[in-house]
Design a binder for this molecule. Structure first.
Ligand code: SF4
Length: 401
């Protein structure tokens, strides 16, 4: 982190100018179509050349400390989840400790604490869970997303004491009080708390040195430009971002995805946002089933943390089996999902998913963004199979002894 972050607020005038030019000349749709076609052709080429890029498998696993959120955003799957398939609950400290121990034994180094849905601060024991990570000898880093509303000032301040914490991603829904309330089905109390927490963090940075990144991701109405706006939320964001031009970044968008088919135009009508419809043409397995695994708040292990809010890709539960066994070729259910992806007969959620990422696509810089401190290497399918076969062998050897 040496030079001005390219998404820093200092670049906002140019970011907005680019967005306005794209809008005026309808370039957004043309560029998006061009990029999709190019992507597809490159994937096809890689497939023919047998080049596979599974994102580094052991760099990250996700643990859902809670599946509960304080907001009910229209463009999120949270409020539309099948609660019979995955309940609203919070992970106990004991189960969290077990998850960390088993993940670190398998060699995982980094923990994502907010997979899929749920806000970390809705877990009243969240800070104690950060202490569990801090005390582990193998896990070396963690990060999480939050809407930054259900946290107290003392919780915000305590983040500065966790050395393994490397990224605070703040998701802001709306660009003013009206759009916040409309998007989130929230109220002005939540909106004011958000502004107040942003200002608190901003003031804190006058006396505390940041050792972690802050990424502010704002979801806005189309036609909103931060560079031209000065309401209390915009001021709070700009003030915070000014405190560190390297470690703090800001992005905003009015474009949303369909959450694996769970969100439709009807859910966002009158929001003034665009739902990105129409799926990418899909080519081969999605890398997420290998390298973006998730342990849910009730112990369910799911083969994707990204968009499967109903946990339809569940492959076991760590209350019943070890993580090692669940993530080994001993697990028929996991093999079934992998084979479905390999054969092109994708599970329902994957068929509709807009976030699909082919193993035939050479990963861009942003795919490594959460793993940039490691000497990362994508692996191919053969190497992945060898890894899960080895786990199976070790389990069977142990059982035979
Ligand atoms: S296609 Fe979507 S839901 Fe399926 S594994 Fe990939 S990211 Fe997850």
């Amino acid at each position: 982190m040496k030079k001005l972050n390219s998404s820093h607020i200092g670049n906002i005038f140019y970011t907005d100018l680019k967005a306005k030019i794209k809008k005026k000349f309808f370039l957004g749709d043309i560029l998006s179509k061009y990029r999709k076609e190019k992507k597809f052709l490159l994937q096809l080429l890689n497939k023919l050349l047998k080049r596979e890029y599974i994102l580094p498998v052991l760099n990250r696993i996700n643990i859902e400390t809670t599946s509960i959120c304080n907001l009910k955003c229209g463009f999120c799957a949270y409020d539309k989840r099948d609660l019979n398939s995955h309940p609203r609950t919070t992970m106990s400290r004991e189960l969290f400790q077990r998850s960390i121990t088993e993940a670190s034994k398998l060699g995982y180094k980094r923990i994502g604490l907010t997979p899929t849905t749920g806000d970390a601060f809705m877990d009243k024991g969240f800070i104690e869970k950060l202490e569990v990570i801090e005390a582990d000898d193998i896990i070396d880093s963690c990060y999480f997303y939050t809407n930054f509303i259900p946290c107290s000032e003392s919780q915000i301040e305590s983040l500065f004491s966790f050395k393994k914490f490397f990224l605070l991603a703040i998701s802001i829904y709306g660009n003013d009080e009206e759009s916040f309330c409309k998007f989130t089905k929230g109220n002005s109390v939540g909106y004011k708390k958000l502004v107040s927490n942003l200002n608190f963090l901003s003031n804190l940075l006058d006396s505390k040195k940041l050792h972690f990144e802050i990424r502010i991701n704002q979801r806005c109405k189309e036609g909103f430009y931060l560079s031209e706006n000065n309401n209390e939320l915009s001021r709070a964001i700009k003030n915070l971002a000014k405190k560190d031009k390297v470690a703090i970044s800001h992005t905003y968008t009015h474009i949303y995805d369909n959450w694996g088919g769970k969100v439709s135009q009807e859910d966002v009508k009158d929001f003034g946002v665009d739902l990105k419809e129409g799926h990418f043409r899909k080519m081969g397995p999605c890398t997420m089933i290998f390298s973006r695994l998730n342990i849910g708040a009730n112990g369910t292990v799911n083969a994707c943390h990204v968009r499967d809010a109903d946990y339809t890709l569940k492959i076991g539960n760590i209350k019943e089996k070890s993580l090692k066994e669940i993530l080994s070729s001993k697990n028929e259910k996991y093999l079934e999902i992998i084979n479905a992806h390999k054969s092109g007969n994708l599970p329902k959620v994957c068929k509709s998913c807009d976030v699909y990422s082919s193993i035939y696509e050479y990963p861009g810089r942003s795919d490594y963004v959460f793993a940039k401190t490691y000497s990362d290497q994508s692996i191919n399918f053969k190497e992945f199979s060898a890894m899960i076969d080895q786990r199976k062998k070790e389990i069977e050897m142990k059982n035979n002894v």
